[in-house]
Ligand binder design. Sequence first.
Ligand code: AMP
Ligand code: GLY
Length: 423
Amino acid sequence: MNVMIMGSGGREYSIGRAMKDDENVDKLYFCPGNGATENLGQNVDIKDYHELAQYAKDNNIEFTIVGPEAPLVDGVVDIFKAEGLTIFGPSKEAAQLEGSKVYMKNFLAKYNIPTARYIESDSIEEVFKFIDTLEVPIVVKADGLCAGKGVIIASSHDEAKKAASEMLSGKSFGDAGLKVIIEEFLDGYELSMFAICDGEDYVLLQAAQDHKRLLDGDEGPNTGGMGAYAPTPLVDDELYQKVKDRVIRPTLDGMKKEGAPFEGVLFIGIMVVNGEPITLEFNVRFGDPECEILMPLMKSSVFDLFHKAATGKLNELNVEFYDKYGVGVVMASRDYPYSSSTPAEIVVDEIHHEEIKNNTHISYAGVKKEEGVLFASGGRVLVCVGLGYSIQEARDRAYALCGQVHFAGKKLRTDIAYQALRA
Ligand code: AMP
Ligand code: GLY
């Protein structure tokens, strides 16, 4: 069948890459895609979701997968389903788990899912009073979608109050900050876990770790993620079981009770504190760059997994993973994450070493194609992925590939997966 993937990042590229040779997939479409997804399928540039649904019908696109959160929060799944189309992702209501931190925190509290102590409020007096009860650092979050920038970790009470006031006045994030969450700081290590859900059942993928800060040693500003690896040895069977029993099962049961069964990718941001998984946040889509390493670790068909999830048939599926590790190193453009950079031609040297050639690949993100030449067009440009039978092997291969990829201003961390190698 024809399949469409919505989004334009490395995440969407990696989903397309994992599906392009699947026996069930005829043609891939990307909306809007990037300069490299053109090599996997056809890019379509339609912004209106009703128009896009019509395009899907006209082109016999029987299945659509949504990558990023914005179209989900805007209700693209509801629009496609109303047209009788099959689409993988949560409804507008279920997407509130990511779209509104207030909704998410109240949901966690209602269903007794462990999370940081918090208040949600739009009252400055109430917020200041609660801030005074907390020890530093203090976490201040805007309610709505802020492209990953709506979280401030304040190192003093005054800084927390200033951040909260600026959010509540609409100064920092407009309407997205008119309600805030103030919460206690959790001290532990962070995990990204992904449950592929059909409303009732789920398949849990291997736990990953992301590297959110721009610079080595977790220094510098927050980014969308500068690299990731999976599976992490920091998770054992007991911790997986705790996440299943205390987070995923109550979330799926709770969303059903709320009348918004969760179908799609449930991305659980977890902080492990003294061996206990505490839910930091939910996202309703894959992490990027986590997706780029999880897709090539899937031995079973990625198409089948998403399609069965979208049609309520996950209970029929027995998913297998390769017994390997994946490490992904992001190459970003010079001015990321501050501003866009001038386009720079990407040159990838030919790799002669068979072992590296066969165990690495690139997932392209911020790229455009002009007269057949690929240019880095800003932001996170691409992810160099290495696979191997140990994290060290996978990492060495990923970095060997990085050495073969060139564009002016390329920027990367040199310590991806350090958490695992230090353990
Ligand atoms: P969020 O958008 O809620 O995922 O927050 C972004 C990042 O801020 C998380 O990935 C964590 O690294 C950090 N963070 C958020 N909430 C807390 C918390 N309560 N304690 C410690 N770190 C946090
Ligand atoms: N890599 C984290 C995210 O996609 O939000």
